[in-house]
Ligand binder design. Sequence first.
Ligand SMILES: Nc1ncnc2c1ncn2[C@@H]1O[C@H](COP(=O)(O)OP(=O)(O)OP(=O)(O)O)[C@@H](O)[C@H]1O
Length: 612
Amino acid sequence: MTTEESADTPAIELDAVYDAIDAVGRPHLTATELSRKTDLTPEEAREALEALATDGEIQRQDVSGVESIWYPTDVAEVTDRERVILFPDRREVVVEHPDQFTRAQLSQFARLGDSNRSGGYVYELREADIWAAPHESLDDLLATMRDVLGERSTHLEEWVTSQWERARKFRLYTHEDGYVVLAAESDELMGNVARPKLDDDLLRAPISDSESWVDADATAEIKRTLYEAGYPVRDDRELATGEPLAMELRLRLRDYQADWVERFTEQGSGVFVGPPGSGKTVAAMGAMAAVGGETLILVPSRELATQWRDELVRHTTLTDEDIGEYHGGEKEIRPVTIATYRTAGMDRHRKLFDQRKWGLVVFDEVHHVPAPIYRRSADLQTKHRLGLTATPTRESDDEEEIFTLVGPPIGTDWGKLFDEGYVAEPEVEIRLVPWGTDDERTEYAATSGHDRRQAAAGNTGKIDEIRYTLAENPAAKALVFVEYLDDGEAISEAIDAPFISGETRHAERERLFEAFRRGEQDTLVVSRVGDEGIDLPDAELAIVASGLGGSRRQGAQRAGRTMRPAGDARMVVLATRGTTEEDFVRRQMRHLASKGIQVTERDAQAVETVEE
Ligand SMILES: Nc1ncnc2c1ncn2[C@@H]1O[C@H](COP(=O)(O)OP(=O)(O)OP(=O)(O)O)[C@@H](O)[C@H]1O
């Protein structure tokens, strides 16, 4: 073969790439790997792969900073097969076409970053993700990882093991004489980490080279300081059980709920993490019964306070007389008191925390806990603390607060909950809607910043799409979510359904929601303010016309509305095609997808899309 000839013919046949892939033992390879399995140099291998890619025979998957991954087009085309690619050195996992189970598994020990250029999902494993993995043992965690990654990396597993151990190097416990002790795994850790970092007034006196007597009122600060230094502290103190509370459940906890409660009582504090409708509220009642002490329940809204009361009366032996509500409407402190965060956060209502001897404080929707409550939570460290959340949004600034002031997560494999039918998987569909009129498009182009967002939100093309979607699902009880009042009013008028916003009086809201629950009202338009923390168990269809929410959590919550165990729930998210709204919605949905929810994307159905 002459040099000229070799320049023209591909350096390698596709078959040889398949052979090399087989030899590598994964469904993809890098140029370096190809060169090792053939007699090509790495450079020749890369050129050969590029030539095959130009011919469309193979595809590449790029991840910045490391070698590209290649796989045959056939595999990509015939199957929308899931591909999980691990980059152990970067502690990253790239997943293409992940199924629901894989996403649920990954979200337990990794956080979703951005997508890469080829559209794969990139998950990162950071220290705090391992510290906060809701597994009972390291073996359980490693088993989940091996299951989802399909391959083992000794290097990664060593790192995971070291992080797991790192989160177990310090613990607080109650000495038999009643004082609180900080114990380090070794003298070095106490001498080189804890003592230099913690002020003298926090560490009262050394007990030994690895243990110190600490200020019992400063445990929150101790936990936070060590967390920041990279050592999350186990909290094994004996906690107050408060005034006794006699209560029993009227229903049987499901196995996973019983397991959550058991882990909670062992730890004394923690956060139940489970998808909406998975029975966290009921499990929290199990925790109340297990602690057996008077309980303060903090919730984000008055509506939720009333719901909690109803559920407590329905599912436990508590009666209405045992339960007090404490918020803008009513102020009663009883053995079980349900307060809103807002009222509880006000200084003049401090008595809520001190008037009775609480044994347990429950933080519902724990990611909603406002700063004043967090400050107060530092004083609640001697009590049992239980958080509830459906959205362990790890990127949030609250991550550390939740971990140190409330407790570590307690969870179950989400995939299992879906599989066993405890939670219905919603279908989420993004629909890209063209502009209703040319004028709107022009206006969008001429504005910037917030006005621009508002223009995209208010696209009148969405009104047709809403009508179409409602007509598609005639029997479904539907909620239409909007971001701006003007849009809400326009939609409400166009589809002849009441509009509930932050301006709607409380009594009117309740009346409309009740009518909706009873099935007398089948469609409601709800603004972003109007839906905060409200539970609408019977919604079968949610149309998000705009403003999926300023935060990812809100997106997840709205999807949550349709994720009740009953019925075939569906969510349609509208976004104006070709605008920033489109990107925004996609990003939000990606987050949902990472929580194990099936998301699809299609063009608007009502309006013909014209090529622009
Ligand atoms: N052990 C159980 N036995 C029977 N029904 C249960 C049990 N646990 C939960 N449920 C029912 O399942 C539904 C959802 O439960 P729950 O309200 O506790 O979920 P959740 O996770 O708190 O939901 P959300 O996150 O939306 O607040 C409720 O109707 C509840 O009565």
